[in-house]
Design a protein around this ligand. Structure first.
Ligand SMILES: Nc1ncnc2c1ncn2[C@@H]1O[C@H](COP(=O)(O)OP(=O)(O)OP(=O)(O)O)[C@@H](O)[C@H]1O
Ligand SMILES: O=C(O)C1=C[C@@H](O)[C@@H](O)[C@H](O)C1
Ligand SMILES: [Mg+2]
Length: 163
């Protein structure tokens, strides 16, 4: 969460002319509810089921797509196994705790898991989640570091990685 998936995928999409679908936005459209509202009204377990269904739907699309996952997507419902399918290229955008903190502290309200956290709690949350989730993130076929890079630099690194 906050590593720049949505931002970077938009630029990558223009650069390589492949359409981009943001999984969180796709779920919001399908359910006609914000991610916040889904968490509040239906709970996280229900969100994780919707997230898995939506991910499978997009992977089965006949069109070539860039799918920007949610921050938790690889960590639930065995979604990490879908990152290594035959027609899939998966990229982990790797950010340090400090980079994630700097980005997320500016923009917490739309992210239900961190909306109410103080700066100290946010840093603790990031460190704990990176530790717990790194196994799943590391299932991606490629890793691209995003620390201290502009969006354009990261996109160029991704294009080179995929070439
Ligand atoms: N070099 C950079 N690359 C990517 N994002 C950046 C960069 N510098 C600042 N940002 C900012 O970081 C914030 C988080 O980016 P973004 O929302 O794209 O992350 P995300 O990985 O999609 O998060 P989420 O998992 O919550 O959807 C945005 O406000 C974005 O503008
Ligand atoms: O890190 C997470 O678990 C989440 C990240 C967001 O992309 C959303 O999918 C949701 O807020 C959960
Ligand atoms: Mg996003």
């Amino acid at each position: 969460m906050g590593c720049g998936k949505s931002t970077i995928a938009k630029t990558l999409s223009k650069n390589i002319d492949v359409p981009f679908v943001d999984l969180d936005q796709y779920i919001e459209k399908k359910e006609n509810l914000t991610i916040n509202a889904i968490f509040e009204q239906r709970g996280e377990i229900c969100f994780r089921k919707l997230e898995h269904q939506a991910f499978v739907e997009l992977l089965n699309s006949s069109e070539q797509l860039i799918i920007g996952l949610g921050g938790g997507t690889p960590c639930y419902a065995n979604n990490h196994e879908l990152l290594i399918g035959e027609n899939v290229s998966s990229i982990y955008l790797k950010a340090s705790i400090q980079t994630l903190f700097d980005r997320l502290s500016l923009n917490k309200s739309k992210r239900p898991l961190i909306a109410d956290k103080s700066d100290e709690e946010l840093k603790e949350f990031i460190a704990m989640h990176l530790f717990e989730r790194s196994f799943y993130y590391n299932q991606a076929q490629f890793t691209v570091s995003v620390d201290e890079k502009t969006v354009d630099q990261t996109v160029l690194d991704i294009v080179a990685t995929l070439a």
